[in-house]
Design a protein around this ligand. Structure first.
Ligand SMILES: Cc1ncc(COP(=O)(O)O)c(C=O)c1O
Length: 408
């Protein structure tokens, strides 16, 4: 008898072990080429600069950097962030009270779920969407409506049709927000066009819902011109913008940010107080001083260069080795860390996952795990950030052989 079992809260039943975390554990062995996790290449971490700053921060600023901090986040960090956001996204005039520092963007998603979602509320998500967002929201018992993705972002006609149907059935008031990853989508690799961003804002106003814009990858653009964030286009009226330093500096620092109207930030601060009091003050101060060096944009250029080469290698290898068949396709991202592959409908990427890992010594993420509605069994996410270019080529060759084996 397990004494703990009857004592768990009913919402605890909604927490499921992440299949992906379990799967990825299998792939940590050295002989496996993993296209699994979205784990940054450690060679992109600016270690010399961070080493020097961390030393100085502990020596000179220990009274702040090793102390509790305010829940909103280190003021110096928030001030420097405002300059950084103005530079990267041309969002001007932010006030420190419209910025909140979180323990990674993952915490931002958790807090957003807590303050907005009641059991049965409708949340609009893209199909596929970021798995970690689903995990963060699930505990609150939302009802998801999945809107498919196209090469230029969310299927806007489908979104409109869903909203019209909800209006007709009197259920529109149950809709809380649309969760979207507009730049170099995780997992799909696609980017939402400017026209679609404007349409999404128009629908949010017309049908009265909020927009949660999650943008970890916007600065990792390898070609083309940046597209303004939805937050900028709607002047932050209905949008909450999430950013993170995980992919452009280091995920170990656990630094994310939420930008939004002061009223909503105040509510999220209250929820965060009960969660962790404050994000580690030491990493905030290190990042604050790092932003002051003005090296971040230079460092990001080096990171972009590295990932862009890896992406090219993966795209070339796919072109070279994959069977030529209309039912096999993949996205051609212009940035980020992922591409998305579609296989013939009769294939199930979960079914041959074990074989991929144990016999072909490669790993990917089966696509169904990124769908709130459980579809997508013939899809997979491939991340190109961690393996070397040589390993990417070899891994794609092996993946092609595996797929060929299952072709009818
Ligand atoms: C779309 C998206 N949102 C949020 C996160 C969480 O990032 P972190 O908690 O490391 O800031 C990730 C990480 O991969 C992501 O891809």
């Amino acid at each position: 008898m397990n004494e703990f079992e009857p004592k768990y809260a009913s919402r605890t039943k909604k927490i499921k072990a992440s299949l992906i975390r379990e799967l990825l554990r299998m792939t940590q062995f050295k002989d496996i080429i993993s296209f699994g996790g979205g784990v940054p290449d450690p060679e992109t971490f600016p270690i010399n600069t961070l080493k020097r700053i961390a030393y100085d921060v502990i020596e000179r600023e220990y009274a702040t950097a090793l102390q509790y901090g305010v829940t909103e986040g280190d003021r110096l960090f928030r001030e420097n962030l405002i300059r950084f956001i103005a530079e990267k996204d041309d969002i001007q005039g932010l006030d420190v009270d419209s910025v909140l520092v979180t323990t990674g963007s993952q915490q931002a998603l958790d807090l957003i779920g807590r303050i907005f979602i009641d059991e049965g509320d409708i949340i609009l998500v893209e199909g596929p969407t970021y798995l970690g967002a689903l995990s963060a929201f699930n505990i609150n018992g939302p009802h998801y409506i999945t809107i498919p993705l196209k090469d230029d972002g969310i299927d806007i006609d489908c979104l409109e049709n869903e909203l019209k149907e909800l209006e007709e059935s009197g259920e529109l008031k149950r809709v809380k927000f649309l969760y979207t990853i507009p730049n170099f989508h995780n997992p799909a690799g696609v980017t939402m066009s400017l026209e679609k961003r404007k349409k999404v804002i128009e629908f949010a106003q017309r049908y009265d819902f909020l927009i949660i814009e999650d943008d970890p990858y916007g600065l990792l653009r390898y070609e083309g011109e940046p597209i303004p964030p939805i937050f900028k286009l709607d002047s932050g009226e209905r949008t909450v913008l999430l950013n993170t330093f995980s992919k452009i500096l280091s995920p170990g620092l656990r630094l994310g940010t939420i930008v939004g109207k002061k009223e909503v930030i105040r509510k999220i601060v209250l929820a965060k107080q009960g969660a962790d009091l404050c994000t580690p003050t030491i990493t905030q101060r290190i990042a604050a001083r790092y932003l002051e060096t003005n090296e971040i944009m230079e460092d990001i250029k080096v990171t972009r260069d590295k990932y862009s080469k890896k992406l090219k290698t993966m795209l070339n290898a796919l072109e070279k080795y994959m069977p030529k068949d209309d039912s096999i396709s993949w996205t051609h991202p212009k940035g980020g860390l992922f591409l998305w592959m579609r296989l013939p409908n009769y294939m199930d990427t979960m079914q041959f996952f074990d074989e991929a890992v144990n016999e072909y010594k490669i790993a990917y993420i089966p696509g169904f795990s990124f769908y709130a509605d459980g579809s997508g069994k013939n899809t997979m996410r491939l991340s190109f950030c961690l393996p070397s270019e040589e390993k990417i080529e070899e891994g794609i060759k092996r993946l092609s052989n595996l797929i060929k084996k299952y072709m009818r």
